[in-house]
Design a protein. Sequence first.
Length: 152
Amino acid sequence: MIGADGEQLGVMPTKDAMRLAEEAGVDLVKIAPTAKPPVCKIVDYGKFKYEQARKDKEAKKKQKIVEIKEIRLSPNIDTNDLNTKVNAARKFISKGDRVKVTLRFRGREMAHMNTSKHILDDFAEALSDIAVMDKAPKVEGRSMTMFLAEKR
């Protein structure tokens, strides 16, 4: 039990706590209902809800949503095209986003999937100074994907 001005009142029965809250003219609010025993506070409920909303809003402002940006490659990509894609991924990673690199296979390219893995390895190597491989290259249907994330 916590009093209206923040002092500890100790463990007490619910009836006594309710009586103290009524005498003060405010509400009895469970602060930590899962604790053993539950922690209650004598406080105006409207004011308590307002403070909670303000704290939640402040916490929401500080959190950063990490987006996943996708970069698609093909098995017969040229080095300059690959460098362009690497620069795009570098920009995304520097902003704090994760990058999903997808190597798409079409038609006969499906027969040579295992020989195209080096493209994803080269891509990860080019970004090794700022990024780390989050998930290793994995074949899913007609594509091979890997995830890159910013180094901590």
